[in-house]
Design a protein around this ligand. Sequence first.
Ligand code: UDP
Length: 479
Amino acid sequence: MVGHVILFPFMAQGHITPFIALTELLHRRWPELTITIINTPRNIQSIQSSFPDPIPTIRFRSLPFSPSDHGLPPNTESLAGLPFPQFLYLLIASESLRPQFTQLLHQIITEDGGRVPSCIISDNFLSWTVDIAEKLNIFHSTLITSGTYGTAIAFTLWLHMPKLPAIETQYLSLPDFPEINIHWSQLPRRLFLPDDNFASKYSSFLQRQTLLCFKSNAILLNTVKEFETAGLRMLEKLITGVPLFPIGPLLCQSSPPPSSSLSLSLSLSLSSSSSCVEWLDKHSPGTVLYISFGSQNSINASQMMELAAGLEASEKAFIWVIRPPFGVDVTGEFKLDQWLPEGFEERMREKKQGLLVHAWAPQVEILAHESTSAFLSHCGWNSVLESLSHGVPIIGWPLGAEQFYNSMFLEEVGVCVELGRGNREKMSGIKVERERVKKVVEMVMGGGEKGVEMKKKAMEISGMIRGALMEVDIDGGLG
Ligand code: UDP
């Protein structure tokens, strides 16, 4: 055995996917390296499904986890679709896995005849593993799965919470980056509520993980340095004394659906992969808008109605990955039509204008298809990299976390126009009405100056991302 790396992703699809890509990358470069991926039972099953042909050097181990012990419904092991405060219960539950993780490490060492793993690579939300690695004298790396610009802003906010005068001011100049002004609708405002019990638990969890992450031996970043030069400089300012390695893009050919019960309750269509591609095949190159808000987020019911009406009015073709609106508790069958204009799905099907996909679509295949022209996205970092690696410009509608800063960064770079912000209009002040949807879609897809510029820039970034991918393969002797 040349070495042994333990990989421990956080329990959310957007975090698991880059860890799967990292596994593939490590295996391609060092086929004899043993890689053990650790996670909760349902997540491990879903991760394992990405490796249909067993590879002897890639191993999978489950951590015992009982969602009900943490106030979560049975089978909940992923953030997908979890509302606040259950979202928070799962975050906190991840930290309480500490004894199970330690015990599993000891078990692995015993099974390996006393050989201690060479390295643990954990998600930055699981930085409590730093101490455990230190005690066992194991090298510890943190993988930050999101972009550097968004992460630097999120870290600054988390580290200064709850002291920021955020609620009353419209714009906040960031403590470590005074040149950057954040609008109050881009802040995790719940974290600033002084008497909110959940908020204080949430913010102390984030602060703790961030400070521990700064004690890691090395930090790996899912980005490409030519693309995120500014973000890298920002992180270097925040994190001193720990080497930072931009090793991205960590891209997979496809993403398994999240392990949560959400996808099952939405009667996930298993034929959606081939049907999406067949549908795209029937459209001309560069004519289809792909719409998805990632694995966790949804827009609200009235936003869904306006988006649908605006799309219809734009007459542009689209594939929309649709799931229940934000704030609607869905149990049982998912009925689309109650949240859409009357007869919408049927009309779109008849006119061949739109395809509605329930809950989960083969995103990477769609973005790689020549018919896809633009991506209406919540700007989750995997979606951003997947889109730009294929030269597809973005219509941004960030809904949470660091997505707001990703969208800001992409607008600055010139590959994104923000259509909406958040799913509570009262807070963002941005109301997404049908006229606005039509206007933005036409601006990006209609062949005008702005759309052409965005496409050109997206192709340029695609070159940078593909260049970084090739570099990895050539260095690994595969070129
Ligand atoms: N994804 C997918 N099909 C879907 C929705 C999402 O394959 O219908 C994948 C997508 O390709 C990406 C990941 O799920 O790799 C979502 O990660 P991202 O960081 O974009 O957003 P998050 O879900 O973490 O908010």
